[in-house]
Write a protein that binds this ligand. Structure first.
Ligand SMILES: C[S@@+](CC[C@H](N)C(=O)[O-])C[C@H]1O[C@@H](n2cnc3c(N)ncnc32)[C@H](O)[C@@H]1O
Length: 226
């Protein structure tokens, strides 16, 4: 466990970590970036960045940044924004740093979304790509409150993940996901309901069938201006 691990974590998967790693197992991490490209994730990252309307001078946090693909893309698209990626997996962060490097305006931090090592009102934008389904129900609730805390009033969370109005007709992987332990908190209006419950104004921006994972849904959640 990392030093700042939240109290609610429990072991996940074959490697016994207190988080579910990017590819499910440490041994598969070297193939994660290949997989994301095969699944067309670069387009999804670009959609999320456009949705977030990042601008010069903003502070942007990616929660569950994994190997840094989205964090790096934000940095390349908006070099005058300050970008931080956080993830509990040191192996993924080492890959991110090797690929992207670190600098004045991009850095990677080890930690959990349930206990963000940042002050209140620090960020203009929080981004989350394919991370929410890695959290169990209790962790999702804590995470939602933490994201609200670190966003400045008027700031926004932009989240894309498997789920939304997913049905078995979305394909084989949808059928598998619908049976999985992490699906419940991602299906139907579970994500907007949870985010509204902690104080966000949340809207579903788009929901698209996806050939790789079944269905992807994009959400925007605004911390109301004070
Ligand atoms: C499927 S990967 C997504 C990586 C990246 N966002 C992307 O879209 O390529 C999910 C990531 O969430 C991270 N994760 C799991 N539990 C977490 C937690 N409690 N807090 C923050 N990140 C977590 C995993 O380590 C993993 O890197």
């Amino acid at each position: 466990m990392t030093e700042n691990h939240p109290n609610s974590v429990r072991p996940h998967g074959a490697d016994g970590h207190d988080y579910l790693p990017a590819a499910g197992r440490d041994a598969l991490l070297p193939f994660y970036d290949l997989l994301t490209r095969a699944l067309g994730m670069p387009k999804v990252y670009n959609n999320l960045i456009d949705q977030a309307e990042v601008a010069d001078g903003m502070s942007v946090l990616e929660i569950g940044c994994g190997t840094g693909n989205l964090t790096a893309r934000v940095h390349r698209a908006h070099p005058r924004a300050a970008v931080v990626g956080i993830d509990p997996d040191p192996r993924a962060l080492a890959r991110a740093e090797r690929k992207v490097g670190v600098g004045n305006r991009i850095r990677f931090v080890r930690g959990y979304v349930q206990k963000l090592p940042f002050g209140a009102d620090e960020f203009d934008r929080v981004l989350s790509s394919m991370m929410w389904h890695h959290l169990d129900r209790e962790a999702k609730t804590t995470a939602a409150s933490e994201i609200l805390r670190v966003l400045r009033p008027g700031g926004s969370l932009h989240l894309v993940d498997i789920g939304g109005d997913m049905t078995p007709s979305d394909g084989f992987l949808a059928k598998r996901f619908l049976r999985s332990e992490h699906a419940a908190g991602n299906l139907g209006d579970a994500i907007p309901s949870l985010l509204r419950g902690v104080g966000f104004d949340c809207t579903t921006v788009a929901s698209q069938r996806h050939r790789g994972v079944g269905r992807l849904t994009y959400y925007r959640a605004m911390r109301p201006a004070a």
